[in-house]
Design a protein around this ligand. Structure first.
Ligand code: ADP
Ligand code: ZN
Length: 812
């Protein structure tokens, strides 16, 4: 019997193995298989086809699961991802696995105490041989087979069943597997001792033993050893009491709960809240779909502050009432913990959370809760699209336009698009929510593939923020080129300070200065590994370093030019750190803080800053796009965009769309409470349509204008786009390989796509490798993908140097 197995090795196709005892392991079970000189964990995908050379097929070493580890639907979904995104099936399945699922080294087997005893008794020779082989040291299955012969696997299983031998899990997986803790409870004898103690001290008991008995008696329930230790009872005391028969000790699985760890804030629930007319209409429209129990894709196009989260909550409740389950996807939980918190408040511990910010152990435990069916609702980031939820009735993708739904490593999937596929397969409703829908999603509503539901007004009829544009060309002319904050923005911040209101300042670039220039020879400090300039970052110690944002290379900022040795170095451009410094210079008494990758590296740092801001302990927050996401801070009445132009300079067809989205979203952070809000946008391009239309918050006009351009240039959503980057050790090698690849693709699927390039990639050098890029524009994605697969399949050496990105988010 041949078995088709996916292994987590990049770009490898499905492999065929022989089922050890002839029976096909269940689909979705994990198996240990030999691969070259290694042993790896693989996942059973189904029955394998009979290979040409059946004699070379290797056997599965061990089946790790009797039941499916991954449910069928998730296996199917991952295989679809591999196919669509031109990735290896093992790559895609790995993305669907919880931490600790791939056992990295072999399981070993050791004797139990009964096993040792059995060795002193009469035994049949095979059993004795196998047990004896484990007497001195635990062995892997392979080790046992080597020591006692081929037939030992079934015998071993029998011995495990009889309790004479036990498996010890691989070291690599141990820290991530279930965590256990020791729990102590009083025995009947112990309860008697404790009661007697109240009358008179027992001289046979030490003081700590008496404390332990009293604590356990007072608690009335089993207590964790760690909790007892906090009360001065050490494990030794417990062991002595256990030896005396007064205490029973056992070890229990303890779930690590990210909600308990304070990573998600507590929020109150207001169940009595009445939906607005618009919310109610949207609810009815979507609910009708949910109740029907068929696939439907709906866009909830709701302006910022229109109460989309409340709508999702009601829909989730409706779905769960109909005995189906719910998946809520958000761009980044760490950025918007309120959303997770609201679902937690509404559905209690029937909620699980899945995102990469969790410690592996927490993620592991949450995953297994979902797998066991202990939860009705999962809140998670893009990888949660693979959560093992069954009876799925509703998937919500909040802020569906957000770029972080796209994974920027293999498999390069879009969590949003995979969610739509999953919903279709599960017969579920998928709701895509946004104030600024992606071009793709909105395009799908115009063609009728998705339905559109509109929330045009903010709840309680709060007005949208008024938006003002400041032309920085005038500002530079008046005050010189070093201006960071315009007069208008400075005045606006001052008035917020006076009134005790809060401000947000956005600049989508971290660091202090963006480049170091020699005024004598014009040399600019560049990364030796990447074709980018180095950004200046200040250290807390007061020193500065120049850092590459791509490969993390860094050097101390030199005091003289490294090329001509002149001491006239100038720092140009500015990032968030400089903005904060400027704010603090202008307003010495201000309480300001900053949110960007530099300040939130430490776990929990972001929550801490957002928490202080939420409580009003800060007046102003500077940040990158992290602060533009769905935060709801009612005291913010001013949002300043320090430069709206950063995205516009990029050679990327999405530049205008991204700018429009960012500006609209960040303006949406202002005026969410009682006071009206104001947004001030600084730009050198006040006439650019993305800035003008964001100022008017006119989505439809933007979509129409942008679509005209996408049509004219043949870009998504009008055509499909695939990016192929080829790396080489020189420009020549990269370009040559890319040209070769392009020629083969054209021969294989002539007419299926239009070719752009090959040309040097915009980031022509990255982490030491030279890069050439080609784009395939296509209306026949299937044919084009198949051609890619075929050509790359025949060129394994090249495949290692190629990155394929289907529906790329970034052109770099
Ligand atoms: P969005 O996600 O659309 O930007 P939110 O869901 O954050 O909007 O809602 C904005 C604010 O309005 C939140 O503070 C929310 O609690 C509140 N809200 C939502 N729906 C209602 C309602 N029906 N009545 C009163 N307040 C509401
Ligand atoms: Zn670099």
């Amino acid at each position: 019997m041949f078995v088709s197995v996916a292994v987590p090795v990049p770009q490898l196709p499905l492999l065929t193995y022989l089922a050890a005892d002839g029976a096909l392991p269940v689909r979705g079970a994990r198996v240990l298989v030999p691969l070259g000189t290694r042993t790896v964990t693989g996942l059973v995908v189904g029955e394998g086809t009979v290979p040409d050379d059946a004699s070379s097929v290797k056997s599965i070493l061990e089946v790790l699961d009797d039941e499916a580890f991954l449910p069928d639907a998730v296996v199917d979904l991952a295989l679809w991802v591999a196919e669509y995104y031109v990735a290896g099936p093992g790559d895609a399945l790995a993305a669907a696995m919880p931490p600790g699922a791939w056992v990295e080294s072999l399981r070993r087997f050791r004797l139990t105490d009964s096993g040792r005893t059995a060795l002193t008794l009469p035994l049949d020779p095979p059993r004795r041989r196998l047990l004896a082989s484990l007497e001195k040291t635990p062995r892997t299955l392979r080790g046992i087979v080597a020591a006692v012969g081929e037939s030992s696997e079934s015998l071993l299983r029998a011995l495990v069943r009889d309790g004479l031998v036990e498996p010890v899990m691989a070291v690599a997986g141990r820290a991530r597997a279930f965590r256990t803790e020791v729990v102590a409870s009083l025995t009947a004898a112990g309860a008697g001792l404790a009661a007697a103690l109240e009358a008179a001290a027992d001289p046979t008991l030490g003081a700590r033993q008496r404390t332990a008995l009293a604590e356990l008696a007072a608690a009335g329930v089993p207590m964790a050893a760690s909790a007892l230790r906090e009360r001065g009872v050490d494990p030794g005391t417990l062991r002595r009491l256990a030896a005396r028969g007064a205490v029973h000790l056992e070890s229990r699985v303890r779930e690590r709960d990210p909600f308990a760890a304070g990573q998600v804030p507590e929020v109150g629930r207001d169940d009595a809240r009445v939906l607005t007319d618009e919310q109610q209409a949207a609810f009815e429209a979507i609910r009708a779909r949910v109740d029907r129990g068929e696939f439907a894709a709906m866009l909830v196009h709701g302006v910022t502050g229109s109460g989309k989260t409340e709508l999702y909550l009601r829909l989730a409740r409706q779905t769960i009432a109909g005995s189906r389950r719910v998946l809520i996807m958000v761009p980044e939980i760490a950025l918007t913990p309120q959303v997770a918190a609201q679902f937690r408040a509404a559905f209690g511990d029937r909620v699980a959370i899945q995102h990469s910010g969790l410690a592996d152990g927490e993620r592991h435990d949450q995953w297994h809760r979902i797998r066991r069916g202990d939860v009705d609702l999962v809140v998670g980031t893009r990888s949660a699209v693979f959560a093992p939820i069954d009876r799925l009735g509703l998937i919500v993708v909040d802020e569906e336009h957000d770029g972080s739904y796209k994974q920027d490593e293999t498999p390069r999937y879009s969590g949003r698009d995979v969610a739509v596929v999953r919903a279709r397969r599960a017969g579920a409703v998928v709701v895509l929510g946004s104030a600024t829908p992606s071009m793709e999603t909105y395009f799908n509503t115009t063609s009728g593939r998705y339905e559109r539901v509109v929330l045009a007004r903010r709840v309680l009829d709060r007005p949208l923020a008024s938006v003002r544009v400041v032309d920085m060309r005038e500002e530079y002319a008046a005050s010189g080129p070093d201006v960071v904050l315009s007069a208008a923005l400075t005045t606006a911040i001052a008035s917020r300070l006076e009134r005790g209101e809060q401000s947000l300042l956005l600049l989508n670039r971290r660091g202090f200065a963006t480049s170091v220039l020699c005024r004598q020879c014009g040399h600019i400090l560049e990364c030796p590994n990447c074709s980018v300039t180095l950004t200046v970052h200040r250290r807390r110690t007061g020193t500065s370093r120049a850092l590459c944002h791509y490969c993390n290379y860094s050097v101390a900022v030199p005091s003289a030019c490294v090329r001509c040795a002149a001491p006239y170095l100038e720092q140009l451009g500015f990032g968030t750190d400089r903005v904060q410094a400027e704010v603090e210079r202008l307003f010495p008494a201000i309480r300001a803080s900053r949110i960007d990758r530099d300040t939130v590296q430490r776990r929990g740092a972001m929550q801490e800053i957002l928490g202080r801001f939420g409580k009003g302990e800060l007046d102003l927050l500077v940040g990158t796009q992290m602060i533009a996401k769905g935060h709801d801070f009612p005291r913010v009445t001013l949002v300043g965009v320090v430069s709206a132009d950063l995205g516009l300079g990029l050679a990327d067809f999405r530049a205008a769309e991204r700018t429009f989205q960012l500006l609209t979203q960040v303006a949406g952070r202002a005026g969410r409470g009682e006071q009206a809000g104001e947004a001030i946008i600084q730009t050198l391009h006040p006439d650019h349509y993305s800035i003008k239309l964001a100022t008017r918050q006119d989505y439809e006009a933007f979509f129409a204008e942008e679509l005209t351009y996408r049509r004219a240039m043949a870009y998504p959503p009008v055509v499909g786009l695939i990016s192929v980057v080829v790396r080489g050790s020189t420009y020549g090698e990269a370009l040559e390989s890319a040209a070769d690849l392009a020629a083969r693709l054209t021969r294989t699927a002539r007419g299926a796509f239009a070719l752009l390039g090959p040309a040097p990639a915009p980031l022509a050098k990255l982490r030491g490798a030279y890069r050439a890029q080609l784009f395939l524009k296509t209306r026949h994605r299937d044919v084009t993908r198949a051609a890619l697969r075929e050509v790359l399949g025949g060129m394994p050496e090249l495949t290692r140097r190629v990155t394929v990105d289907v529906d790329p988010q970034s052109m770099l």
